[in-house]
Write a protein that binds this ligand. Structure first.
Ligand SMILES: [Zn+2]
Length: 260
């Protein structure tokens, strides 16, 4: 934590920088006001929240049943083809805005802060990118999300125990089974001793069939005695979304309730 006077200088430096290079909304591109970060208030409130709130047996958790030693799973928003909210992911992945990941990581953790979702979790492990792809992008968007989650939960982020050895080709036109075969064996366990007997929270940006997360989770599970939870920013694809309990409102990372 910076001392107060240094925070003031850093804060005024940031304000001056925003005058010259105004931050824009990651969804609509509108210039943000000083109180807004990454996403403007109207766009944030219009995000298609899943409102799963980490409830037991939810649709995301079911994707991993029988495939991973799954404890909990959650996705914060839906990913809809054609929706404006897709621009959030373009900003995060293709327009070099890692801070969007950090911000949305805090948001999806704040949404779960009053649940028992993080109880017993030992560490956060972002889904690795291959070294080549991470170098080209300059960062791993899942690591940025994980760091945002860590800022809310205080849990450590582990980026060194698992590596991705292969950039799998596009999964878009493959069936669920083909996707699983496509990503089998693409992760490598580097430090099994760091994960053995631990409860690992896997973090990723978009979950569709879960093929990559399952492949990574199975690699981690080989360390022995591992329990896994999964947290993603978005849920894409066609899933039967049957609410099991009444929804609670999502919250912005600053604690303000969202009113979509
Ligand atoms: Zn906006």
């Amino acid at each position: 934590m910076l001392p107060g006077w240094l925070r003031d200088i850093a804060g005024s430096g940031r304000d001056a920088l925003r005058l010259v290079f105004p931050e824009r909304c990651a969804v609509c591109g509108r210039r943000l006001c000083a109180a807004e970060h990454c996403v403007c208030v109207p766009c944030y409130q219009a995000l298609p929240f899943t409102r799963l709130h980490g409830e037991r047996g939810n649709v995301v958790e079911r994707i991993f049943w029988g495939k991973l030693p799954i404890v909990r799973a959650n996705a914060y928003i839906h990913y809809y083809a054609g929706a404006d909210s897709r621009r959030l992911f373009w900003s995060l992945k293709y327009y070099s805005r890692p801070q969007v990941g950090r911000y949305m990581g805090r948001a999806m953790a704040a949404d779960l802060a009053d649940s028992d979702f993080f109880d017993g979790v030992d560490l956060i492990l972002p889904l690795p990118l291959s070294r080549r792809r991470e170098k080209r992008r300059g960062y791993n968007q899942s690591t940025e999300l994980a760091r945002g989650v860590s800022e809310i939960t205080g849990l450590p982020v582990d980026t060194s125990s698992v590596a991705r050895t292969v950039d799998n080709p596009t999964q878009t036109h493959l069936t669920g089974q083909e996707r699983q075969a496509n990503v089998a064996g693409i992760f490598r366990l580097l430090r099994p001793e760091a994960l053995r007997g631990r409860h690992v929270l896997l973090v990723d940006d978009v979950l569709t069939t879960g093929a990559s997360l399952i492949s990574c989770g199975q690699t981690i599970a080989a360390a022995g005695g591992v329990r896994l939870s999964v947290l993603t920013l978005a849920l894409a694809g066609d899933h039967p979304l049957v609410p099991l309990t009444p929804r609670r409102p999502a919250r912005r990372p600053d604690g303000e309730p969202a009113r979509p």
